[in-house]
Design a protein around this ligand. Structure first.
Ligand code: 4AD
Length: 474
């Protein structure tokens, strides 16, 4: 006898006696008969039942009914039973069923849960359809879910979201490792500001001022100074942005890389394209089950994008301005063609590009220099523009990147122009005085990718535990 996952292809056979550890999802007791649905690993359920007393010394049907009647939902049990065929047709319910012989409580939940799983796992359509029925599903409020996130993560779609997040990290890592890039772990306590601006968490560092890194930017560039063939990091990023929006967090996970450039920064765009499109393509296959579970609760489709083997979809700033101008012919036109895009303009541009090029994913290239950080390389012939790009996915920014200023004098001039103090950046600037190849890279927001890939309405559904201006726990 063994404790294992039921309903999987390698699982035990019909007629076998097994021990399973699982959570009690639902209980129905009718006289001496008991039907329970057990949840295993949050994606699968299996039915267990007891109708009559066993002949081989197992628990009596009455004892089993009594046990489950007094056991709160979400408790964990160890259960001994015999496997039988079950007629179920669901992607999450196992096609076997357990005939209960013996059961023990391993961990007892409190009887009053903050919300019921039966409600928390319903799609909007199911909630709507249930209104007017005898027991309509209750809409669980987002804050109540976040206050009890460990419970909310048991909702199969939410559990699957974390698994998909993990797969994206793995695919990002695999793609870059295959290219010979080195995974780095840069310091998160730093003396300067990695992105400039006011969005920095300050901390006291033995009496002197330090900040939490807004990105691994400076350090991934110094990895190139240290002759790495390419460097990448998957790590925490801190932003003291007081933005209470569905797409901003104060702490998120950055997927960053940096690489030397031989001829042109297009080489970097190509690597981002191959890595992202390749990961998205692999995800549909490798996480088919998880995607099905998420899409059942939050209906969405797989994104459209160019094949990783083909060229990336690149739209230059000038072309984007033209597209927006045409689309706004009868409405509001952009006054300043060099100002950063608003959220709404990004969304409009996303649908225009989808219409014109058939892709949900594109690079908005040649950004105006004035709206880019101090380390961005201005274009040689037109310095008011820069060798930098945003990665736009389904009408929202998921990443930004650029060729960097590797000339220390130019870098200092850029800092002065933008009012960025150079003193705390001295080590970084000096690293370029010792010889460094031209280089560039990208920073992608993991939670934004997950949110947009799965068509979730809020980034808080794409992160394990939310850190926003109003939430520091759990
Ligand atoms: O655009 P950002 O600030 O760029 C950088 O950090 C650069 N160092 C990248 C580079 O290599 N040049 O942030 C990169 C990405 C954004 O595109 C977005 O996806 C995500 O990080 N991001 C956030 N995600 C959640 N909450 C926030 N407050 C975010 N701010 C940025």
């Amino acid at each position: 006898s063994s404790v294992r996952c039921l309903g999987t292809e390698s699982g035990p056979e019909i007629g076998a006696e097994v021990w399973v550890r699982a959570r009690v999802a639902t209980v129905r007791v009718k006289g001496k008969s008991t039907f329970v649905v057990l949840r295993q690993s949050s994606l699968h359920t299996v039915q267990a039942c007891k109708f009559k007393d066993a002949e081989d010394g197992g628990e009596s049907a009455t004892a089993v009914a009594k046990f489950f009647k007094s056991l709160p939902l979400e408790s964990l049990v160890d259960l001994r039973g015999v496997l039988a065929e079950a007629n179920v047709s669901s992607c999450t319910q196992s096609n076997v069923e357990l005939q209960i012989k013996q059961v023990f409580c391993v961990s007892r939940a409190v009887p009053q849960l903050p919300f019921l799983m039966a409600d928390a796992q319903r799609s909007e359509a199911e909630i709507e359809a249930s209104q007017g029925s005898k027991r309509p599903f209750v809409r669980v409020l987002p804050d109540l879910r976040l206050d009890n996130r460990w419970l909310d993560l048991r909702v199969p779609a939410h559990n699957a979201t974390l698994r998909i997040q993990s797969a994206i990290c793995r695919l990002f890592r695999d793609s870059l490792t295959k290219r010979g890039f080195v995974e780095i772990h840069s310091p998160k306590l730093i003396s300067g500001e990695s992105e400039g601006g006011a969005e920095v968490f300050r901390v006291d560092y033995f009496g002197s001022r330090a900040s939490l890194a807004q990105s691994p930017q400076l350090y991934k560039q110094m990895a190139i100074s240290a002759d790495m063939p390419g460097a990448f990091e998957i790590g925490p990023v801190f932003r003291a942005e007081n933005s209470n929006t569905p797409r901003h967090l104060c702490e998120f996970t950055g997927l960053d890389f940096e690489m030397p450039i031989m001829w042109h920064y297009d080489e970097v765009i190509q690597v981002i394209h191959e890595t992202l499109s390749g990961a998205f393509q692999a995800l549909e296959e490798e996480c088919a089950e998880e995607l099905k579970v998420v899409r059942q609760m939050y209906p969405s489709e797989a994104p459209k994008m160019p094949s990783p083997a083909g060229p990336p979809c690149v739209v230059h700033w000038g072309e984007a301005m033209e597209m927006l101008k045409e689309a706004a012919a009868s409405g509001s036109e952009r006054k300043d063609l060099m100002a950063d895009l608003s959220t709404e303009e990004e969304r409009v541009l996303g649908s225009l590009v989808l219409e014109k090029y058939g892709s949900d994913l594109f690079f908005l290239d040649k950004y105006p220099s004035a709206v880019r950080p101090f380390y961005t390389m201005p274009s040689k012939d037109q310095p008011e523009y820069s060798n930098s790009y945003d990665v736009i996915f389904r009408g929202q920014e998921i990443g930004s990147g650029a060729q960097r200023c590797h000339d220390p004098e130019l870098l200092e001039a850029r800092c002065e122009e933008l009012g960025v103090p150079t003193e705390p950046l001295q080590g970084y600037i000096d690293s370029f005085r010792h010889g460094v190849p031209p280089h560039g890279g990208v920073g992608l927001g993991l939670e934004r990718i997950v949110q947009l890939y799965l068509g979730l309405d809020n980034i808080r559904k794409a992160v394990m535990f939310t850190r926003d201006p109003a939430r520091l726990s759990p």
